[in-house]
Design a protein around this ligand. Structure first.
Ligand code: SAH
Ligand code: SF4
Ligand code: F3S
Length: 452
């Protein structure tokens, strides 16, 4: 995933460009860096040839994310040669790994500033220090410590906003690098979260997405314990917020109380992103996921009972070490039984430093790819079928974008997070409208705005 934050340009001011890989957590970190830079007087540009500061905010979750960063960094070398004053910084999850830092120090010596996920609030200081030294500044903290409140953020959209409710992860799923790059789990105080959202609501933001690696365990590290369900009920009362989303939910921590909060709170959208990763209990155990296939299906059943029309999406890993054909059939079985609205599917990628990387029975690439194809073939008709239920229905859509190829086509999302395309003019971006669905495609819906 690659993203540039859009804004205006100005000839006389210093310009910055941030390129972001990875998850929403990283995207929101980039928004915070943008906020700090704008307070320093920088303005945003997407034009890498005419910028004064480039930040690559990196991801380490799979090998291909990592390789893309190295590829892109290589291309900056010539740019820096032609423009020695250009400041190049690299940040994010990759920087938390010593081996990666060593590669940057040896092979990409033109990088000026290197920092990690726990100290991005020091960005202004790094830039000031850089102006006084010709050496590469390297500052990476091993763990998060106290949560830094009050950082500004320059948000990508004016109508929907990410809000961190917690940082880090304690789950140590055996394939995953995130607990090593983001440190231990820690929750923000509910008062700070509510204050931030109240401010966003006053500024006109309509949709809030609460971020955490496992929002279902929110509050466990607080002195005065608050559950995630209780937090949702507090946020639901905030004047002006129309929609509340959250991600990601770990099935092992999904409580009945949370299901009731989704059922009862008007603003909480009827969508659960609930990664199941694998269907085989044997594989789930080695993955250290701490639930069984049966438990997962039971939770989904409860969700469907209590929240009518809830949409359920997921993450699935194919080819975890030791996965047999029989194990993989269990994954397909879960897919068929749940009927996911959509799924992010990943080929298992070895992450050095995680327990699964040292397992000897790695699945050969060709088998992984063949299974991956079978998974997509299973998911596709189910997603199409789920979308068919929307035809002739009227749904509320928050308009997010205008089509890249056609100025008269808008896109937006339903409360259930379905992407909908329809005719309209771009001045409507950021509005909530009613759309009647005319056609269901495999991954998207098509419709027309109605005045109701
Ligand atoms: N905290 C979230 C997920 C963060 S990573 C959660 O627990 O759901 C996003 C997704 O990347 C994971 O759900 C998993 O499906 C995938 N992933 C993580 N490590 C991976 C690896 N080594 N290989 C392939 N996919 C991986
Ligand atoms: Fe990774 Fe598991 Fe933590 Fe998600 S819950 S970030 S998959 S270790
Ligand atoms: Fe996110 Fe990638 Fe880091 S998925 S937490 S940016 S490793």
């Amino acid at each position: 995933m690659q993203n540039n934050i859009n804004n205006t340009q100005d000839k006389n001011q210093k310009k910055y460009t941030i390129v972001t890989w990875g998850c929403q957590m990283n995207e929101h970190d980039s928004e915070k860096m943008a906020g700090m830079l704008e307070e320093m007087g920088y303005v945003n540009t997407d034009d890498i040839q005419h910028t004064d500061l480039i930040i690559y905010n990196t991801c380490l979750v799979r090998e291909n994310a990592e390789l893309k960063v190295y590829g892109n960094l290589g291309e900056l070398k010539a740019l820096k040669r032609d423009k020695p004053d250009l400041i190049i910084a690299v940040s994010g999850c990759m920087m938390q790994k010593k081996e990666v830092r060593d590669v940057i120090k040896q092979k990409y010596r033109f990088v000026d500033i290197l920092f990690g996920t726990h100290n991005l609030h020091k960005l202004p200081e790094f830039i000031a220090n850089h102006n006084q030294t010709s050496k590469m500044i390297v500052d990476v903290w091993e763990d998060g410590g106290e949560i830094v409140e009050g950082l500004p953020a320059h948000r990508k959209h004016g109508f929907k906003a990410f809000v961190n409710i917690m940082y880090g992860c304690n789950n140590f799923c055996s394939y995953c690098i995130v607990p090593y790059t983001r440190g231990r789990e820690r929750s923000r105080n509910p008062e700070d979260i509510v204050k931030e959202i109240e401010k966003l609501a006053k500024e006109g933001y309509k949709e809030i997405t609460l971020l955490g690696q496992n929002v279902n365990s929110y509050g466990k590290t607080l002195e005065n314990k608050v559950t995630f369900a209780e937090l949702l009920r507090m946020i639901d009362k905030i004047e002006g917020v129309e929609r509340v989303r959250f991600m990601t939910s770990h099935p092992k921590d999904l409580s009945e109380e949370l299901i009731y909060a989704m059922r009862d709170c008007d603003t909480v959208c009827e969508h659960f992103h609930l990664p199941f990763q694998a269907g085989s209990n044997r594989v789930l155990k080695i993955m250290n996921r701490k639930y069984t296939k049966e438990k997962y299906l039971e939770i989904v059943g409860r969700l469907k009972e209590e929240v009518p029309n809830v949409s359920i999406t997921t993450d699935i890993i194919v080819g975890f070490p030791g996965e047999t054909d029989e194990d993989f059939e269990e994954t397909l079985d879960v897919v068929r039984k749940v009927g996911f609205d959509s799924a992010f599917t990943f080929l298992y990628s070895i992450r050095e430093g995680t327990p699964a990387a040292d397992m000897e029975n790695q699945v050969p690439d060709d088998i992984k790819r063949e299974r991956f194809q079978r998974l997509l073939d299973t998911l596709r008709p189910l997603s199409h079928e789920a979308n068919q239920h929307y035809v002739n229905e009227v749904v509320e859509v928050l308009i997010e974008n205008v089509s890249k190829n056609n100025d008269d086509v808008l896109s937006g999302r339903t409360r259930t997070n379905k992407l909908v395309h329809f005719a309209g003019t771009k001045d409507l971006i950021g509005q909530l409208v009613n759309v009647k669905i005319d056609e269901a495609k495999t991954w998207t819906l098509e419709g027309h705005i109605i005045n109701e």
